[in-house]
Design a protein around this ligand. Structure first.
Ligand SMILES: [Zn+2]
Length: 282
């Protein structure tokens, strides 16, 4: 996979011509100061299906998988590279929002895929690549996928750009995170393995986390945000305090997606701090 061989912008334009999707530039946004960083809240009604998605094993097994080729809309085109298919996300949060799905219906699990993540980050220089763990924001926990968005839109990337080597257990605006960078793939994979071992897991599954990667001039930077839970208390509240905020990778990177207007209108910096404190480690 070589840099600049994917002609992504042309691919995205072609897809948008064939299939009218939601334009991310039309999203209503507001900014809040959260734990010393400016976080954006975005009103994006097209994300309601994702925020409301049931991601437990039984519910997932009963619905047709939207990442399997047989179930995808006819007008959705793809770029095939190795075992992966690159797709335009029909419900974008940020510009040039892509999904990179395995061609096979295999579960969302990062084991053995870090090398692929680094390769994709290199092939998609100018993008932020990210991975939502199966219980940390993935709407298709049964079908392996990465996502990518145009670089430079998330507060987390400003933190990533300051990475000089390995930083562990730092406190970020959304919670504790790990940050490391190297020009060689092997050390990045090794540090990542080490972090996974350190985080551990009681269930035997991989640790709950969101992973971010970008590659700039041959240097990879990886950020890992460990998660304690997927959805905050207020997601489940049966009263007026209920908020349909279901944090995935972009929310943890500082772009909070509110699918309902009432949640967008009333959410405060304190609410976002509360949500982060419940779903991440402080
Ligand atoms: Zn599938």
């Amino acid at each position: 996979m070589k840099k600049n061989t994917l002609h992504i912008e042309h691919f995205i334009r072609r897809q948008l011509d064939l299939w009218t999707t939601v334009s991310p530039s039309n999203h209503l946004t507001k900014q809040l100061l959260v734990n010393g960083s400016v976080v954006t809240v975005q009103y994006n009604p097209a994300r309601e299906w994702s925020a409301a998605a049931r991601v437990d094993k039984v519910s997932v097994s009963k619905r047709p998988c939207f990442l399997c080729a047989v179930n995808r809309p006819q007008q959705q085109i793809d770029i095939i590279r190795g075992n992966y298919r690159l797709l335009v996300n029909p419900y974008p949060v940020l510009p040039q929002h892509l999904t990179i799905a395995d061609s096979r219906h295999l579960p969302q699990a990062i084991a053995g895929r870090m090398g692929d993540m680094l390769n994709w980050a290199q092939a998609l220089e100018g993008f932020l690549l990210f991975y939502n763990g199966p219980q940390s924001g993935a709407s298709a926990p049964d079908h392996f996928h990465f996502q990518a968005v145009a670089a430079g839109h998330t507060p987390l990337e400003r933190v990533m750009q300051t990475s000089k080597g390995v930083g562990e257990g730092l406190a970020g605006f959304s919670g504790r995170y790990y940050l490391f960078s190297d020009t060689r793939k092997k050390p990045v994979c090794e540090v990542f393995e080490h972090i996974c071992q350190q985080l551990g897991s009681t269930s035997g599954d991989e640790p709950m986390m969101n992973i971010y990667c970008h590659c700039i001039s041959g240097k990879w930077t990886l950020a890992v945000i460990p998660r304690r839970r997927h959805r905050p208390e207020r997601y489940f509240a049966g009263d007026d305090s209920n908020m349909l905020i279901s944090p995935g990778g972009l929310d943890m990177a500082g772009i909070i997606v509110a699918a309902r207007k009432q949640d967008f209108d009333r959410i405060t910096a304190q609410d976002v701090e509360q949500i982060y404190s419940e779903v991440a480690f402080q």
